[in-house]
Write a protein that binds this ligand. Structure first.
Ligand code: AFP
Length: 352
């Protein structure tokens, strides 16, 4: 948001108007955000009815990656697509569509979106979300995905909606990261946090530890050192969380710090991890950096990475800058065994 941000409690439309007043070039971006926010209110109401609205977790077709689409995946995809059709959007890269969707020829913007992330949580009433990144549309002869092969730094805005105990919109237009909560009486998002600041250091890490035997050495060593706690090189005890919902883990990290890791691993198809660069990692990376946190693939800054395919996966590490930097040290060839104590030597807790 611009200098002199609106007061807490302000509605999203007023906050967007203030941002556009300060930077008129954001007008089209603001219109797209308003469209996605409106769609997310409808999606929130469908999710909020749970099984009363039918089996939202019912299996349907397969999406671009072979994942089984749940009924709610399809509902969310259809609702956001309708919203974007009425906004200044030329193209959409959606997790739920094989190729680039062409909406309004000549429109200025392109949107990468995961209409419903965390769908395996739907049937068990856990938090799910919608994740989006907005960037200028690019036309290049012979390159049908040119809008999406620019690096994440091209994004003019990014955000996600967490459909959790509250429905929250986490948003950045390049001037800090804000939190809005859905006021269900008004059917409007209202500002609750004007500028998130993620603590530089943390005592909480998030990783799916069931994959430990598949991780590469640096990740094994980092997690092992977290497990060592105050007796190890990090000199502090850690807590662990893994919610199985990227938006829920990301919101926790944004609100109280921590580090999230979904690395590449040795499983078939997981060499680049599970998460997608365009509509998961890049939007979250912008939100993190705008809140004073970091986001890498373990070593490289996520926002510097340009996709070569719209469903490309990327290893993802984000959160408190000291923790993200610590992970990178384990990838540095000189420090592969950073902090290794003689006690554990080469055959540590998790060493294969
Ligand atoms: P689903 O959309 O298939 O539930 O996947 C959710 C997700 O992409 C992301 O939200 C989680 O952080 C991650 O997968 C969890 O992956 P694991 O199930 O491998 O832990």
């Amino acid at each position: 948001m611009s200098i002199g941000s609106p007061a807490l409690g302000s509605r999203l439309d007023a906050c967007l108007a203030a941002a556009v007043a300060a930077e008129p070039h954001l007008a089209d971006t603001a219109a797209v955000i308003a469209a996605i926010a409106a769609a997310s209110i409808d999606i929130s109401e469908v999710i909020g009815r749970g099984a009363l609205g039918g089996d939202l977790a019912a299996a349907g077709e397969h999406n671009s990656d072979g994942d089984v689409q749940k009924a709610l995946d399809v509902i969310a995809h259809q609702r956001v697509t309708e919203a974007l059709q009425a906004a200044p959007v030329a193209e959409v890269a959606s997790e739920e569509a094989e190729g680039v969707m062409h909406l309004n020829a000549g429109a200025p913007l392109a949107v990468a979106i995961d209409p419903l992330d965390g769908s395996s949580n739907i049937g068990v009433n856990m938090a799910v979300g919608t994740i989006f990144g907005i960037r200028p549309a690019v036309t290049a002869e012979g390159d049908p995905i040119a809008s999406f092969t620019t690096p994440g730094t091209a994004q003019t805005a990014a955000g996600f909606v967490t459909y959790g105990p509250a429905t929250a919109l986490i948003l950045t237009l390049g001037h800090g990261t804000q939190v809005y909560v859905l006021d269900r009486d008004q059917r409007a998002f209202r500002l609750t946090h004007a500028a998130l600041e993620v603590p530089a250091a943390a005592k909480e890490y998030a990783i799916n530890a069931s994959n430990a035997r598949h991780w590469d050495g640096p990740i094994k060593a980092f997690v092992e050192d977290c497990l060592r706690g105050a007796e190890g090189p990090h000199d502090k005890d850690y807590n662990m969380r893994w919610l199985g919902s990227l938006v829920a883990d990301a919101q926790r990290v944004l609100m109280r710090g921590g580090v999230f890791l979904y690395p590449g691993d040795g499983r078939k198809g997981y060499a680049q991890g599970r998460l997608r660069l365009l509509y998961e990692a890049a939007p979250i990376a912008m939100l993190m950096e705008q809140a004073g946190a970091g986001a890498t693939d373990g070593e490289r800054r996520i926002l510097d990475i340009a996709a070569t395919g719209i469903h490309e996966r990327v290893p993802l590490v984000f959160g408190s800058v000291e923790e993200v930097a610590s992970v990178a040290k384990y990838y540095d060839g000189r420090n592969h065994a950073a902090g290794r104590s003689p006690l554990f030597g080469q055959r540590g807790l998790m060493r294969s």
